[in-house]
Design a protein around this ligand. Structure first.
Ligand code: MG
Length: 624
């Protein structure tokens, strides 16, 4: 199948769109008429541009409000169609997409609709062209692919076929299995779009919230698998109407589109091969977070180190030639980088003390890098000294780095590049075992892109997004996690400009990591030990404990202990979740301590409590 994209899916002027679409690696492009009308270039020049860029024009769309118009408007409808045919030829294409009529004046008589499309087919055939008929979910008389297919059968003309659109089928109500009755020879074009599960009309959702496959909640893979099973081998064209994408950088959205289709085609291949020779998931299996690297100035580092000490971390190693220290507890490695040259200080000058890199443990770091390259994800190569390791890395959220480290590589990397500073150090600390999850904050424009980044790169699945009410607005939380639960990432998107997440974006200077959650087996013991070390945690209002006591039927003694140590609680069908938040470091990032008892969520039910408590803290002086 040929990878195509409609020009409406990306921002900019038509020439820029075509260039970005070609650079992203698409083979085909579907021209949206309004892009052509806004362009200073005649259609024939656009056709030449498309060919020069190595693309094929898969279709021109749409011809709207054509079929079944009253007699006095019929001639005008055909005149409009004839003009589109001219343009299709000038573009070097052979397909005009006609969308089902939404005009209130249109007539619903099916013989009349079929007659109009048959005559249109005759006129198209005379020019060597074809007509694809597409049902709009909000069409006045033809609103799903079953209607459109029955019309195309009635038309019975070799130049008239069907255009399928995943959004139209999946939101229009036509069951997927009904696609199987369609003659594949009559499917002239297939459009692909995903969409979030929002309670709004199909038309509103389609015009404003369509998104790339994988970014939304529709069963796009199931739709495409049925089309593939039919034997369809033509163009598969992204048709994404999205308000954010229209104002996002052209190149980035085109790359997202190609990334989503690459991932979709891989899923289709696995679906096709499932019955014969199963093939592995092409995505990277991530075992856990190997390390976080903090960049900090010499002024900030002592304060950060003090905070880590109060959480039970100890410095264990120092880099042989750099001002870089490794802190450990359980399986957790934290690196504090105070270098004055290289990536870390540049990152620090942009954001202040913050997490500039995350190391992820994977089976094969070089295969991971190849996977990233296949998805057009930017790779990063750091300067290394003699005898040092070059760790495969890619550019992630907010230009931070994601390093890929294998189990076999990790020990020699630490042993070779670092010298022990305290070989007797006990790094059992306060009982923190490993990284449970981390949270990155990003704007609403960036969220779909980073979601697709993680989803297509790592073996992971999305968890249903949750809206959380803060004191000054809403924040959307979207989690994704691996099957083992050892890679868990939460993406937060502020939905108003006064939320804490929004203030983070402003003060931090863009998207970045805001929270790291560490796992413990005994949160009460960890809390006691942290208190003994002088660690200050987020104070939780007393109303909360009265509430959860009643809500979950917790006994008074347990409740009293949780209240004493500011432990939050959640419970669902999977188990129980206990968690504590620290105060933020420099109002920039903070830590969460979690104990999971079978629970598979993220305590989102308590997010409003957390945000409220953080708001209370905001005007108090930061901890020493
Ligand atoms: Mg469509």
């Amino acid at each position: 199948m040929l990878k195509s994209i409609a020009t409406v899916s990306v921002s900019g002027m038509l020439k820029d769109k075509l260039t970005a679409i070609a650079h992203a690696g698409f083979a085909g492009v579907e021209i949206f008429e309004s892009d052509l009308l806004a362009s200073p270039y005649p259609a024939s020049d656009i056709g030449a541009m498309i060919r020069d860029l190595g693309l094929v024009c898969t279709a021109l769309q749409p011809l709207e409000c054509f079929e079944g118009m009253p007699a006095h408007l019929r001639e005008r409808a055909f005149a409009r169609a004839e003009r589109r045919f001219e343009v299709v030829r000038e573009l070097g294409a052979d397909l005009l997409i006609v969308t089902s009529n939404v005009d209130p004046e249109s007539l619903g008589h099916r013989d009349r609709i079929a007659d109009d499309l048959r005559e249109l087919g005759q006129r198209a055939a005379a020019r060597g062209l074809r007509v694809g008929y597409e049902a709009l979910a909000w069409g006045k008389y033809v609103s799903d692919h079953r209607d459109a297919w029955s019309i195309v059968q009635k038309v019975d003309h070799p130049a008239v076929g069907l255009v399928l659109d995943s959004f139209g089928t999946l939101k229009g109500g036509g069951p997927l299995q009904s696609l199987r009755s369609i003659d594949v020879a009559k499917i002239l074009h297939v459009q692909i779009a995903d969409a979030p599960d929002l309670p709004t009309s199909a038309e509103w959702l389609s015009r404003h919230f369509r998104c790339m496959p994988g970014q939304g909640d529709l069963a796009v893979v199931d739709f495409a698998a049925v089309v593939q099973d039919l034997g369809y081998d033509g163009a598969v064209s992204l048709e994404i109407f999205n308000d954010h994408f229209r104002s996002a950088p052209t190149e980035g959205i085109a790359l997202d589109g190609m990334r989503s289709l690459t991932y979709l085609f891989e899923q289709l291949e696995r679906s096709r091969r499932r019955r014969s020779l199963p093939i592995a998931d092409a995505r990277i299996g991530c075992q856990n977070v190997e390390f976080f690297e903090f960049c900090a100035s010499n002024d900030e580092a002592p304060r950060l180190e003090q905070m880590l000490r109060k959480m039970g971390f100890v410095p264990t190693d120092r880099h042989r030639r750099k001002a870089v220290t490794r802190w450990r507890q359980g399986e957790i490695n934290l690196i504090i980088n105070c270098e004055s040259e290289g990536f870390a200080p540049k990152f620090r000058s942009a954001h202040g003390a913050s997490v500039c890199a995350i190391g992820l443990r994977v089976d094969d770091p070089h295969a991971a890098l190849e996977r990233a390259s296949k998805l057009s994800i930017s790779t990063y190569s750091q300067d290394v000294g003699p005898g040092e390791f070059r760790i495969p890395a890619v550019v992630g959220v907010g230009n931070s780095l994601l390093y890929f480290v294998s189990a076999a590589f990790a020990t020699p990397m630490w042993d070779t590049e670092f010298l022990p500073v305290n070989e007797q150090a006990d790094h059992s600390g306060v009982g923190l075992r490993w990284v449970d999850h981390f949270t990155q904050v990003m704007s609403d424009k960036e969220m779909p892109s980073w979601l697709l980044f993680y989803l297509s790169l790592f073996e992971s699945t999305k968890v249903a997004a949750t809206e959380v009410a803060e004191p000054a607005g809403l924040t959307l939380s979207q989690a994704l996690q691996s099957a083992s639960g050892r890679l868990r990432i939460v993406l937060n998107e502020p939905e108003s400009d006064q939320t804490l997440a929004s203030r983070f974006l402003n003060s931090y200077g863009g998207a970045g990591l805001q929270q790291i959650a560490f796992a413990t087996d005994d949160i009460l013991l960890t809390a006691k030990k942290m208190r003994a070390l002088g660690m200050e945690v987020l104070a939780i209002p007393c109303n909360y404990y009265a509430h959860i006591g009643a809500e979950f039927g917790l006994d008074d003694q347990a409740l009293q202990r949780m209240k004493e140590f500011n432990i939050l609680y959640d419970r669902d069908a999977t188990g129980e979740y206990f968690h504590i938040y620290t105060r933020a470091f420099a109002k920039r990032f903070f830590f969460e301590i979690v104990e999971r008892r079978g629970y598979n969520g993220y305590g989102f039910a308590n997010s409003a409590i957390k945000y409220g408590a953080q708001s209370q803290f905001r005007n108090q002086p930061p901890q020493a």
